[in-house]
Design a protein around this ligand. Sequence first.
Ligand SMILES: Nc1ncnc2c1ncn2[C@@H]1O[C@H](COP(=O)(O)OP(=O)(O)OP(=O)(O)O)[C@@H](O)[C@H]1O
Ligand SMILES: [Mg+2]
Length: 240
Amino acid sequence: MSLLEAKNVSMFFGGLAAISDVSFEVKEGEILGLIGPNGAGKTTMFNVVNGFYKPTKGEVFFKDKKISGLKPHQICKMGIARTFQVVKPLQRMSVLDNVIASAFLRVKGRAQAEEIALETIKFTGLYDDREVISKGLPLGKRKKLEIARALATQPEMLLLDESFAGLNPHELDESIEIIKKIRARGITIMIIEHHMKVIMSISDRIVVLNYGEKIAEGTPQEIANNPFVVEAYLGEEKSA
Ligand SMILES: Nc1ncnc2c1ncn2[C@@H]1O[C@H](COP(=O)(O)OP(=O)(O)OP(=O)(O)O)[C@@H](O)[C@H]1O
Ligand SMILES: [Mg+2]
């Protein structure tokens, strides 16, 4: 069954078409990769899905309900959480308090929110850093905190925007394990990532954007062998 469906979505900024007539679906339980060169429209697509932007044209459905036009907090409450390419934790709060603040989306009492937050930070490997002020965290841990904050809202679907960028090889492996564990919990994942080894190894399917248009969709194998994708994106990655 398709959990999320984008139908003929376009997003214009002035004269610029950041997304042009893009349709795709995300099936329940799958990991869908979203790739493409810088400026291809990937983050804009997340901003449309989570309600930051109302698409100029087209519609987005989550569990067959139209969500395009709803506000971000309404969409989050329905079960879609996201992380940000530029990490934005509440800087002066501790790791634990940051995650507690997210948990309040679904629970009222402090004790219950703290219970969810503690479980989430153990799950993401941040327990030893729970009292650290978020501003002082190194990048790898800030990226994990972003994931923890999204998870604490108890989503059915998680949108990850470059959660692996800037990580060292050890952190990369850890994060891949976390993503696999999140999926094993039944959470559907859509992930934007430039790191080809990561995206190819964890995605069930991949959608490729280029200049706002969808140029390909398929299994990692199909995408790696697609001449349009190689020309628009992978070729450039390989020579980089
Ligand atoms: N709020 C905005 N106002 C005007 N233009 C925007 C806005 N947001 C994005 N754009 C433009 O839309 C295009 C797509 O940007 P987007 O951030 O979605 O790309 P991306 O695929 O996420 O790229 P990257 O890999 O560099 O993160 C770019 O040309 C960008 O400059
Ligand atoms: Mg982006």
